[in-house]
Ligand binder design. Structure first.
Ligand code: PMP
Length: 351
């Protein structure tokens, strides 16, 4: 802290991302990256931008990407926003769509960036406990609020809330923006984008970091009523007119256009998840039902922190949260079949 700091900076508690170790020989199953590479068509589109166009500023509106998203989901371009990672898209929603001065509702076990943005934007959180099966209960989202946010499937549990229950939350809160953060929806969930034409208070965000394997590129999107998108555009244009560079716009658009590669790699992750869960079952683990590219699992006879440390010694990195109710769980990203086999072999020697 120095005398040059603005006073509020002293109290900021920033988000701490999962570890990015330098060693490449590790089996890295800790930050929910995709074990398969991005679409070859996306790589080619990015290479073409690198070769020909970096001298020029990008399109500030990212029209090419917006059009690819609109085509993919069958919505209008005016219903699409694009940003530098979904974290940035979420930040703009906290800034400009949640009502400051009224509480923001979100689950007690959820993405830990939400409380950080509450701190940054001066929004009071009203934290809603998950039920005893780690599910979101729509009837708990009926109290006064200035907005609602939750991931679907939730993180780090991987549990999915069906669209009918999301509709109950939307109907009970017609005057609040309900933001459904679909970072992991492509691994078996149904997207709430199907509901945006019926609910002007619904904003759906997605990322290209997981199912489209472009975490290093930093691209996120939002889909919702044009009025919500207009608010995000105003915030964006008051902050950074060019959040997406030319490489990102070209690569992300091509990733949406390459449906076949996307479907194949998502299915490979889903198949590996099913196999991994059954192998962990055989070792005595209990795993929450997951529709994400990670699982949340615990062993009744073994302390999670000790398992994480022992796995690490064998070069396998998974995530552990020292938080109430979940400190005995491991969050494990679904890897390639070979990576998953290495994990199971290491755990088999420990339990
Ligand atoms: N939402 C959730 C629930 C996440 O887990 C993540 C990834 N950490 C994000 C959003 C952000 O993804 P990105 O900024 O890479 O698009």
């Amino acid at each position: 802290m120095s005398r040059f700091w603005s006073p509020f900076v002293k109290d900021l508690v920033p988000y701490v991302p999962g570890e990015q170790p330098k060693l490449t020989r590790l089996v890295k199953l800790n930050t929910n990256e995709n074990p398969y590479g991005p679409s070859p068509k996306a790589l080619a589109a990015m290479q073409a931008e690198l070769n020909d166009n970096l001298r020029l500023y990008p399109d500030p509106n990212g029209e090419r990407l917006k059009q690819a998203v609109a085509d993919y989901y069958g919505v209008n371009v005016a219903q699409v926003f694009v940003g530098n990672g979904s974290d940035e898209v979420l930040a703009h929603a906290f800034h400009g769509l949640f009502q400051h001065g009224r509480p923001l509702l979100f689950p007690d076990i959820t993405y830990s960036f939400y409380p950080v943005y509450c701190g940054l934007y001066g929004i009071e959180p009203d934290i809603v406990p998950l039920d005893e099966t780690f599910q979101i209960r729509p009837e708990d989202y009926r109290r006064p609020n200035g907005g609602i946010i939750f991931p679907n499937p939730n993180a780090p549990t991987g549990c999915l809330l069906p669209l009918e229950l999301i509709e109950q939350i939307l109907q009970a809160n017609p005057d609040s923006v309900v933001l459904v953060d679909e970072a992991y929806v492509d691994f078996g969930g149904d997207t709430a984008i199907a509901l945006v034409d019926r609910y002007p208070n619904l904003l759906v965000t997605q990322t290209l970091s997981k199912s489209r394997s472009l975490a290093g590129l930093r691209v996120g999107i939002a889909v919702g009523h044009p009025d919500l998108i207009e608010a995000l555009e105003r915030i964006k244009n008051s902050f950074n007119s060019y959040p997406l560079d030319r490489v990102a716009i070209a690569g992300a658009a091509a990733a949406f256009e390459d449906r076949e590669y996307f479907a194949g790699t998502c299915q490979a992750v889903i198949d590996s998840r099913r196999q991994l869960v059954s192998e962990l079952d055989a070792l005595g683990f209990t795993t929450l039902p997951s529709t994400a590219n990670f699982i949340f699992t615990r062993h009744p006879g073994h302390d999670a922190a000790r398992l994480v440390a022992a796995l690490r010694e064998q070069g396998v990195i998974v995530r552990h949260f020292k938080l109430p109710r979940i400190e005995q769980f491991l969050r494990i990203t679904i890897g390639t079949p070979e990576q998953n086999a290495a994990l199971v072999a290491a755990l088999g020697a420990l339990v």
